[in-house]
Write a protein that binds this ligand. Structure first.
Ligand code: NAP
Length: 317
């Protein structure tokens, strides 16, 4: 087996790339697995976002993919080695740590986990049959596809994502039904107001989707009123989930401490996980803020924590 890397970074969103820039500039020669399919596409959730208006430094806003392209260029500029592949196995119980993709296995003295979080799904009875045939968990990625044009579309959820995606879909849809399980949206006030003002969006309150209907493509959903338990079918040509996220931590099940939702636990005020030498940053350990800028900030923290830890271990850069 070859000499261990100083640090391997898993994940290529704002957290992973910030960790890469900082560790590269500390001469730690980071290797990044940027992922391929596991997290959707390399670059994390901003790759499936349009306009980013709240990342400081861009007064006119910037497109999510453009911002991630800039992050990636900056990582490369300082010598990060980027491997475009999914990590399929990680052993953090033995040192040096081992990280493997289908193609290669690397050993590393330190590991920075920045694998983010993935959109949740409901696993409805018809979902396996109709997934990608009118069903999606990302309106911004898929909403403009011909299959959704001029159709009535359903968005499930009541948070900022559901509101944002409903508004986005009105560009293509004849109508958008926003289906929420309670009588109040979780979304911020400004997002709620946009929904209520949009004549193409109808909110259906106190309802859950119990199935998605259609043979080859989505033709409707079965709705259940949670107050009366009455069911009815609603015709639509597409269904979008916007019901939150699951942290991408399956690789570390049974190895690293996690909370009840599977988010990695880190020591407050640092990025240390339950295993010394393994650091976590970004959405994989943050269910509270979940912003690009906080992810980037925690990526910087992980790099600095990692650098100090390697010095303490006597690993020379
Ligand atoms: P979220 O805030 O966790 O909201 C998830 C929504 O889905 C909630 O309304 C929840 O209902 C509903 N839900 C969850 N599980 C469900 C189930 N099994 N069946 C039916 N409904 C279910 O997630 P998010 O909207 O994706 O937002 C995540 C974070 O990103 C938030 O911090 C948000 O502010 C941020 N964000 C910001 C923007 C923006 O500012 N432009 C855009 C998108 C997201 P309950 O309300 O009943 O729990």
């Amino acid at each position: 087996m070859s000499t261990p890397e100083h640090v391997v970074i898993i994940g290529s969103g704002p957290a992973g790339h910030t960790a890469a820039v900082y560790t590269a500039r500390a001469n730690l020669k980071p290797v990044m697995f940027e992922g391929q399919a596991a997290g959707g596409i390399p670059g994390g959730q901003l790759m499936t976002t349009t306009e980013v208006e709240n990342y400081p430094g861009f007064p006119q806003g910037i497109q999510g993919p453009e911002l991630m392209q800039a992050f990636r260029k900056q990582s490369l500029r300082f010598g990060t080695r980027i491997i475009t592949d999914d990590v399929v196995k990680a052993d953090v119980k033995n040192r040096p740590f081992t990280v493997s993709s289908a193609e290669q296995t690397l050993k590393a003295h330190a590991l920075i986990i920045a694998t983010g979080a993935a959109a949740k799904r409901l696993n409805l009875p018809g979902e396996q049959r109709l997934w990608t045939k009118g069903m999606s968990a990302c309106a911004v990625c898929d909403g403009a596809l011909p299959v959704f044009r001029n159709k009535a579309l359903v968005v499930i959820g009541g948070g900022d994502s559901a509101c944002e995606e409903s508004g986005f879909l009105t560009k293509f849809a004849s109508k958008v039904y926003l289906i929420h399980r309670r009588d109040q949206l979780r979304a911020s006030k400004i997002m709620q107001e946009r929904v209520f003002k949009n004549p193409k969006i109808e909110v259906i309150w106190n309802a859950v989707v119990s199935d998605v209907l259609g043979n080859d493509v989505v033709s409707g959903v079965r709705l259940k009123d949670v107050k009366t338990n009455q069911e009815r079918d609603l015709a639509c040509g597409g269904v979008f989930y916007a019901i939150g996220f699951t942290p991408n931590t399956a690789l570390f099940a049974g190895q690293l401490a996690m909370d009840e939702h599977g988010y990695l636990l880190t020591t407050p005020g640092s990025t240390e996980t339950s295993i010394p030498g393994v650091f976590a940053c970004g959405d994989v350990q943050d269910k509270r803020y979940r912003q690009a800028v906080t992810a980037a900030g925690s990526g910087c923290m992980a790099a600095l924590d990692c650098e100090r830890w390697l010095i303490d271990q006597g690993v020379e850069s």
